[in-house]
Design a protein around this ligand. Structure first.
Ligand SMILES: Cc1ncc(COP(=O)(O)O)c(C=O)c1O
Length: 407
């Protein structure tokens, strides 16, 4: 079976974790700080705080933006639930935008059109590892939204938060993911390009107009119960005394997991290169099949090559799901990214209706995500392409047959 997205773990990764386990300090501490320093370099910025997930990072980003009850936050409909659920967590109203025709992404104009005088923040998504260019969005949003206090007031527009769960190492004209939006959330979940099993990080633009050291301190404190001293600081000397300044969260990343990330960062350039090679190989292998791969390059775009998102030449969901079954029978595990949020019970219950998001729905109906990971050989990619081509031939033959018998 060709799996969809297993983690790549080396002996060095395992040894790095074992070293922490033997060190006497297993929760957040010096290894996490080294991981954060290197992440900040990858993101082209001055700092990062490692957290337990991208979801935690997104929620803290919204809190840092001051989003709460009475505010609105704009988010694409074509994304994973975590991009939007965090808006609900902070008590703000989710404002969803459709994609552009034939694309999973909304345009900056469409996002800007959804901004009202209650908009505190906008969340953009680097789907598949393709960095979303939020710089023109920043220009369009100048002077708009709810910008009475805090970061929005300093920026003179709603805060732009990037859900960069997929895009560590991506860049636009040399500007890395992490330096494009005001605040950026990365994920290190088990299926991501770089994994700590579960994990994430929050970063901020190097020139964000705020006290960035204070922001880092705030994020760190809020990730640890709002406690003024972390466990490491408390363990030193007779330094037990602490305060709790807010009834906050517990979403720090322990050193045991940070060690895994730090070890993988050491070879991350090669990881990116191989993922991009595999995508190029898919593009070649699928050239004559009518399958369209989502474009990962061009125009100064360097994607992180996280997901091989394809649009199939089939009428809709039934045939797309048939392809997934055929691939499975041929030993290939495929997936769908994503069911647009209004199709999910939670968002339907919040009043969203998929009929209002026709482009996101249309993209979903023919979407298929192919395996993409470092255990994949070029021959495996050829096998996936052949199985996909075979399934498509079978489906078009059957539908031609049923059209003929209906005539
Ligand atoms: C687009 C997107 N955003 C956010 C997340 C949440 O990441 P995490 O599991 O680290 O919270 C994911 C996870 O798959 C994702 O795909």
């Amino acid at each position: 079976m060709i799996p969809f997205s297993p983690p790549t773990l080396t002996e060095d990764d395992i040894n790095a974790v074992v070293e922490v386990l033997r060190s006497g300090w297993i929760t957040s501490g010096p290894v996490g700080r080294r991981f954060e320093e290197q992440l900040a370099q990858w993101a082209g910025t001055s700092g990062a705080v490692a957290l337990s997930s991208a979801t935690a990072a997104l929620e803290l980003a919204l809190r840092a933006a001051g989003a709460g009850p009475g505010d609105e936050v704009v988010v694409p409909a074509y994304t994973y639930t975590a991009s939007a659920s965090v808006i609900d967590h902070v008590g703000a109203r989710i404002v969803m935008v459709d994609s552009e025709p034939g694309s999973p992404f909304p345009s900056v104009e469409r996002i800007a059109a959804a901004v009202t005088d209650r908009t505190r923040a906008v969340i953009t998504v680097d789907l598949a590892g393709i960095p979303f260019d939020s710089r023109p969005l920043a220009t369009l949003l100048a002077g708009r939204g709810r910008i009475d206090t805090g970061l929005g007031a300093a920026l003179g527009r709603p805060v732009i938060i990037s859900d960069s769960a997929h895009s560590l190492g991506a860049s636009l004209e040399g500007t890395p993911a992490g330096s494009l939006a005001d605040l950026t959330a990365f994920s290190f979940h088990a299926v991501k390009n770089l994994t700590t099993a579960e994990g994430g990080a929050l970063t901020w633009r190097a020139d964000l107009p705020t006290d960035r050291e204070e922001l880092a301190r705030w994020v760190r404190t809020y990730s640890l119960h709002g406690q003024t001293k972390d466990a490491l600081a408390k363990s030193r000397g007779a330094s037990w005394e602490y305060d709790v300044i807010a009834p906050a969260y517990k979403c720090n990343l322990p050193d045991t997991l940070a060690a895994l990330g730090l070890s993988q960062l050491g070879r991350y350039e090669q990881t990116l290169q191989r993922r991009r090679e595999l995508l190029a190989h898919y593009a070649q292998g699928l050239a004559d099949t009518g399958v369209q791969l989502l474009e990962h390059g061009g125009d100064g775009v360097a994607s992180s090559g996280h997901l091989a998102i394809a649009t199939l030449p089939v009428p809709g969901v039934t045939e797309r799901n048939r392809v997934i079954q055929d691939l499975y029978a041929a030993g290939v595990s495929a997936n769908v990214h994503y069911k647009p949020l209004p199709l999910l019970t939670a968002y339907r219950d919040l009043g969203f209706d998929i009929a209002d998001f026709p482009h996101a729905y249309a993209f979903y109906t023919r979407e298929l995500t192919l395996p993409l990971h470092l255990a994949l050989s070029d021959a495996d990619v050829d096998r996936v392409c052949a199985a996909l081509a075979g399934s498509l031939r079978h489906i078009s033959h059957n539908s031609a047959g049923s059209a003929a018998s209906a005539a």
